[in-house]
Design a protein around this ligand. Structure first.
Ligand SMILES: Cc1ncc(COP(=O)(O)O)c(C=O)c1O
Length: 429
């Protein structure tokens, strides 16, 4: 049920903008305003976000994959509310019932011999933990990642991320990291040596512009790393829990990683929760001599774990991986027919499950299309490592009717943006 904002929307909008400008991030404030969103958001309900002026938006950003279950899913909200009345954060003194339960659930649903989990609060922390685990287990230093990959913005995960603009001002980053083109098996073969601790790779490069791993790529990387005594880290921060049409994206290739990271959807859209998982041997290397060699204050707290257990249960109960595969196919078909009407301006449409990318031939067109979508009541995303690509990642609970409506609005917004771009080109000529 929507609750009207109890005040003047214009006043709160101006005040919030000024607070961002003065206390948070002036550039981000200006950019969000330029993006076509005049008012702050106020409420989220299922697949719809409402701003303080009562404008409704179909959410096809889903918090970059956080809201796979939509906003405020009642099962997750219920679990967190129950937990709020019991114990909230970790005492660090007792064993936690909720953490134990979540560990068992994650082992049950994850592929292969992944059994142990370390719970933390964000994707980048999960990646940091996996990188540390790979180094201690192999006693090697080198890490191979992929160009345009994205693994987070703390020093370790940033070292593995594949776009210089986010890295160069913070150098020196970690030693021993190198990047190879995504999807290129022979580049990994050429780079990997007896000092390589791990290869870290996404199933779909989300921020890289929705680059889907070619069929067989992950399986080949699995084979090469195993042979060389290096570990395979699959980063599923964005793709875990059904986003690509399988519970975990690496299942498309039948791959069993040594280390697996996840975040975003794991908190059910209610709590920030992340994890990295590993095999018993890796856990022995990481924690065998000192159970606190890697630790966190907030990670794995009861509220977060209650949310994650409910998120997993709900994902399974609603059969969301299957739904994501089916609806994703439909979404891709709709986007491909849009591409057919603008073959000069839309270079490519690609995706896996409910994660799709539309690649334009100019980043002006992409930016204007995102702004037009927002004006027309649809949220779609900019890709951090590839500004030509608009990312569309709806909640997995979205029904076909609403998805069709979103596709209609997307098509209309792209038309508007492209006629603006051709008008601008005409004026310059
Ligand atoms: C694949 C992947 N790994 C890691 C991260 C970093 O996650 P966080 O922003 O929670 O630190 C992201 C964030 O988008 C991601 O997409």
């Amino acid at each position: 049920m929507k609750t009207p904002y109890p005040g003047d929307p214009d006043e709160i909008s101006d005040l919030t903008f000024e607070r961002y400008r003065d206390y948070i991030n002036p550039g981000a404030a200006a950019l969000l305003k330029f993006g076509g969103l005049e008012y702050p958001d106020w409420q989220g309900d299922g697949c719809i976000v409402t701003d303080v002026a009562g404008n409704e938006f179909i959410d096809c950003v889903a918090g970059y994959g956080v809201f796979s279950l939509g906003h405020r899913h009642p099962e997750v909200i219920g679990a967190v509310k129950r937990q709020l009345d019991l114990i909230t954060l970790k005492t660090h003194y007792f064993l936690s019932i909720e953490l134990g339960k979540l560990g068992e659930e994650l082992a049950r649903i994850s592929p292969g011999r992944l059994q142990y989990s370390f719970l933390c609060n964000s994707g980048t922390e999960a990646v940091e933990g996996a990188l540390k685990a790979a180094r201690i287990h192999t006693r090697r230093k080198k890490v191979i990642s992929t160009l345009n990959g994205f693994h987070g913005k703390t020093f370790g995960s940033l070292s593995a991320s594949g776009r210089d603009v986010y890295k160069k001002d913070f150098e020196p980053l970690l030693e021993g990291f190198s990047s190879v083109p995504f999807g290129d098996v022979s580049a990994i073969e050429r780079t990997l040596d007896d000092q390589t601790a791990a290869v870290i790779v996404e199933v779909v490069q989300g921020e890289g512009g929705v680059n889907v791993a070619p069929k067989g790529y992950l399986a080949a990387v699995r084979g090469i790393t195993r042979q060389a005594g290096a570990l395979l880290i699959v980063d599923e921060v964005r793709t875990a829990l059904g986003r690509t049409g399988r519970m975990f994206g690496c299942e498309h290739d039948g791959v069993e990683p040594d280390l697996l990271t996840m975040a975003k959807a794991l908190g059910g859209g209610v709590m920030p929760v992340a994890a990295f998982m590993g095999t018993p041997e890796i856990w022995e290397s990481l924690f065998g001599t000192n159970p606190y060699l890697h630790s966190t204050t907030f990670g794995g707290n009861p509220l977060a774990c209650a949310a994650a257990v409910a998120a997993i249960e709900t994902t399974e109960k609603l059969n969301l991986p299957k739904r994501s595969a089916e609806l994703g196919q439909h979404m891709l078909e709709r986007l491909k027919s849009l591409q057919a009407t603008h073959p000069e301006q839309i270079r490519d449409v690609r995706g896996l499950g409910l994660l799709a990318g539309v690649e334009f031939t100019s980043d002006d067109a992409a930016k204007l299309a995102i702004a037009a979508c927002a004006r027309n009541g649809l949220l779609v995303a900019y890709s951090l490592n590839n500004p030509l690509v608009i990312r569309i990642e709806p909640p997995l609970i979205m029904d076909r009717e609403l998805l069709d409506k979103a596709m209609d609005v997307f098509g209309q917004s792209v038309d508007e943006a492209l006629s603006l771009v051709s008008g601008m080109a005409g004026a310059q000529a």
